[in-house]
Design a protein around this ligand. Structure first.
Ligand code: SDX
Length: 428
């Protein structure tokens, strides 16, 4: 018998079931509340509202804990490849050798995109933002795969095939546009290299020379760290849009567009631009701390703060450590890293940030590594999207398989004008 919460209002009593998760999180199930009370709950920005029950990712913002299917992010980023982690998110278990080989092969079958799409990509201005190109191309895909539109109810195998196709073809969309933007010839995929190395090969290789092993390994780790993060803004966009039973390409395109926002995934690009602005401004990061604290100044310290983490984002801790090792391995000296570290040190001692529990998040240091790997700033958020795609699609798959699946349709409290009669234009 589940525990209950009692609510009383205007002489009426309501009993609401309490749901307890596997990590002892508690939620009040209000799914029948409006039918019983004619009332709804209100929670702008959903900061206190659960949209679903999920077994994919657990995070504890107070403790700075992040686990994919129970495995701590610290262990996965150290020991698992992006393909292993993607399989884990989608299937719930780490793959054995045979399963991993089969999954890699399936993704490798989608190592190119239709000729017509390549031609469309070449019509984009060379300085178009690649997130806009990515979301447009994903939405264009069903034009080449019309069966995606016809078949709205998919079996498990079809879901995994769709997911592998999108993972594989996102690499081609991004590398094709990047090469176009540089006026360079396309470089075909070599899926034997593995996902991360193959993508960097398609994106950055020069004269057939492959990207150094340590660069691909660092990139693989960044993909793992970005792979999922429970019900964040873009994952929620994927769940809401996907709940209309639209095809998975359009659903993932919605996730890309949500992630593009500067206070979500777009923050990794905004952090680099902020650090460059500070550098150009003489490196005086204290001045920018004052700006961030000034209520009259719209400037925010990009890469700082988080809706859930009220301690260090565990991913930021891992990326910060990786910054030092990767830059050293690559022999890269980046003054922006020193500015970032100085900014972080001052902010973590400043009562404004301490009182508001504002810590570096996943975006604060990631751009430093992308830059050291030779990835251009305006592609940073695309790297986030490439990493997050399996997480989005695991959330979509869980939502579509949920026995209590229904279209997402929140309610509202209306605060507008009461009923009134039409007035024709002569009398207005
Ligand atoms: C991601 O949700 C996820 O899981 C997202 C993500 C994922 O993996 O999917 O982790 C990825 O999006 C990370 C966040 C990237 N965004 C940024 O770095 C942009 C800068 N950060 C802020 O915009 C902000 O911290 C948010 C958007 C991340 C969180 O905003 P909240 O939870 O709505 O917090 P808030 O705006 O209510 O701020 C609370 C207070 C406010 O001050 P007061 O009104 O109380 O005086 O903190 C202040 C804010 O002004 N504040 C900041 C700040 N972030 C919050 N002040 C200065 N600089 C900041 N960065």
């Amino acid at each position: 018998m589940s525990e209950k919460v009692n609510l009383s209002y205007c002489g009426n009593e309501y009993q609401l079931p309490v749901i307890k998760g596997s990590e002892n999180e508690l939620g009040i199930d209000i799914s029948k509340f409006r039918a019983e009370s004619k009332m709804i709950t209100l929670d702008t920005g959903f900061g206190n509202t659960g949209s679903c029950q999920s077994s994919i990712t657990f995070l504890n913002g107070e403790e700075g804990i992040l686990r994919y299917r129970g495995y701590p992010i610290e262990q996965l980023s150290e020991s698992a490849s992006f393909e292993e982690v993607s399989f884990l998110l989608l299937k719930g278990e780490l793959p054995n050798k045979e399963e991993l080989q089969r999954f890699k092969k399936l993704i490798g079958e989608y190592n190119s995109i239709p000729e017509g799409l390549i031609e469309s990509i070449k019509t984009f201005p060379k300085d178009a933002h690649p997130m806009g190109v990515l979301s447009s191309c994903l939405s264009m895909m069903p034009a080449y795969y019309p069966e995606y539109i016809k078949k709205t109810d998919l079996c498990d195998e079809e879901m995994v095939q769709n997911i592998a196709q999108i993972m594989g073809q996102m690499k081609s969309i991004l590398s094709t546009f990047y090469r176009h933007s540089k006026g360079e010839a396309n470089v075909s995929s070599d899926s034997s290299l593995g996902f991360a190395a193959d993508f960097l090969h398609m994106l950055l290789s020069k004269d057939g020379k492959d990207v150094p092993e340590e660069v691909s390994k660092a990139f693989d780790t960044l993909l793992v760290l970005h792979a999922d993060h429970e019900q964040n803004c873009s994952a929620s966009a994927v769940r809401v849009v996907g709940s209309s039973k639209v095809n998975l390409f359009a659903t993932v395109s919605a996730g890309v567009n949500a992630l593009w926002g500067p206070i979500h995934g777009g923050a990794n690009q905004a952090v680099l631009e902020m650090l460059e602005a500070i550098q150009q401004d003489g490196g005086d990061y204290e001045k920018y701390i004052l700006k961030a604290k000034d209520k009259n100044d719209p400037f925010r310290l990009m890469g700082f703060g988080h809706r859930v983490y009220k301690k260090f984002d565990p991913r930021a801790r891992i990326i910060k450590k990786a910054c030092d090792t990767i830059l050293e391995k690559l022999g890269v000296e980046d003054p922006l890293l020193d500015i970032a570290k100085g900014l972080e040190k001052v902010a973590l001692e400043d009562p404004y940030f301490v009182d508001r529990q504002l810590y570096p998040n996943v975006d604060f240091y990631s751009g430093i590594i992308y830059r050291a790997l030779g990835i251009p700033t305006n592609m940073f958020t695309c790297m986030f999207a490439l990493g997050r795609a399996p997480g989005w699609m695991a959330q979509w798959q869980e939502m579509r398989r949920d026995p209590s699946f229904k279209i997402s349709r929140p309610r509202q409290i209306y605060t507008g004008r009461k009923a009134r009669n039409f007035v024709d234009i002569e009398s207005r």
